[in-house]
Design a protein around this ligand. Structure first.
Ligand SMILES: [Zn+2]
Length: 348
């Protein structure tokens, strides 16, 4: 896996986190400026919701900040033209519309004053792009839409947004493709997909499976459903094999750059069940800390050090020396129970 400079890396992760709702926050010091890059197609609505909290040295936690605390927000379009630049209060909603497709830079910094004398602010951020930025509650009231009309409207907005995104993707330069169009290049491409590819579709199904646990159903119905789910995974396995129990494999530039850890701090997921992969933090991430994901599925991740490292060596050709593997270095090289069972099955 390519290693990236950790600093650039955390900045990149923040970009990817833009698809996440409510879970992103960052710390900012006095007069410090933090910028985020978001790729936005043209004529797209963007809403940025934020809330500032002030570090409380007495409790060691963060408390709601006083309304006097202001955040200067600046948005620049791909031509470096300022779309927006003004001071907002400690909590607010900023909205703007893009007119040029490409990378937009959103910068935030606190209004410098003595009110937090060298201590830190925590800024919660939620950025919504495209049809996610439409307040349909307002639309229904204003245009008196029925439930059905509203659904149709949302669907049309979604289609329009997908078209905009596709047009934007098509407009990007695609140089470099030629290198893969030779026998050697194609081999290289397969190797690249083998080690860096991210399964597409698995997450959508697993999300659905996870959500079935919220269903209010009887024990009998639950048993039927569980049986159906088991069969579904079994069928997927028989069609695409154990490693690729999904609808396809795709390469994502940023996610490919993420190293593995047996105690990852982020996980890749398809939040909107479309082609957009998001990295979601699974715990707080310190500034400068490397973003790591797990190359192992949940079951394998719970296995012994020996089993995890064997799986990683076989599929990804490296010996894992993550913190967890280091900590367990003195563990005997035993295979986990599950693996022993498998070995027994095979020898029978
Ligand atoms: Zn490890």
């Amino acid at each position: 896996m390519p290693l990236l400079n950790t600093f650039i890396f955390s900045a990149l992760l923040v970009c990817m986190l833009f698809n996440v709702s409510n879970s992103l926050y960052f710390h900012i010091g006095e007069t410090e400026r933090k910028c985020f890059i978001e790729e936005i197609p043209d004529e797209t609505n963007v809403i940025v919701n934020y809330k500032v909290e002030l570090y409380d040295p007495r409790s060691g936690g963060f408390m709601p900040s006083s309304p006097g605390i202001g955040m200067h927000v600046e948005v620049r379009d791909p031509d470096d033209k300022t779309l927006l630049s003004r001071v907002y209060s400690s909590e607010g909603k900023i909205s703007f519309t893009s007119h040029t497709p490409g990378e937009h830079v959103i910068c935030m910094y606190s209004n410098s004053s003595a009110w937090f004398s060298g201590s830190q602010l925590r800024v919660h951020l939620d950025i919504q792009v495209g049809e996610h930025a439409v307040n349909y509650g307002e639309v229904v009231q204003k245009e008196k839409l029925s439930e059905l009309q509203l659904r149709v409207r949302q669907l049309l907005d979604q289609v329009e947004q997908i078209t905009k995104e596709q047009n934007y993707q098509r407009s990007l330069p695609h140089e470099g493709i030629e290198q893969f169009l030779t026998p050697v290049g194609f081999q290289g491409l397969l190797a690249l997909i083998g080690t860096n590819g991210q399964g597409v579709g698995t997450s959508a199904i697993s999300q659905w499976v996870t959500r079935t646990s919220d269903l209010a159903i009887t024990d009998e119905e639950r048993a039927v459903l569980d049986k159906f789910i088991d069969k579904l995974y079994e069928d997927m396995d028989s069609h695409s094999g154990n490693f690729l129990n999904n609808e396809g494999v795709a390469l994502f530039t940023l996610q490919s750059a993420c190293n593995h850890s047996c105690i990852p701090n982020a996980e890749p997921t398809y939040l909107h069940n479309n082609n957009k992969l998001s990295l979601v933090a699974v715990r707080d991430i310190q500034e400068g800390e490397e973003i790591c994901i797990s190359y192992l599925d949940e079951c394998n991740l719970q296995r012994s050090r020996h089993s995890r490292r064997k799986e990683l060596m076989e599929n990804y050709l490296f010996a894992c020396n993550c913190i967890k593997c280091e900590e367990q270095a003195c563990d005997p090289d035993v295979t986990s129970e599950e693996e022993e069972e498998e070995d027994e099955d095979m020898s029978e």
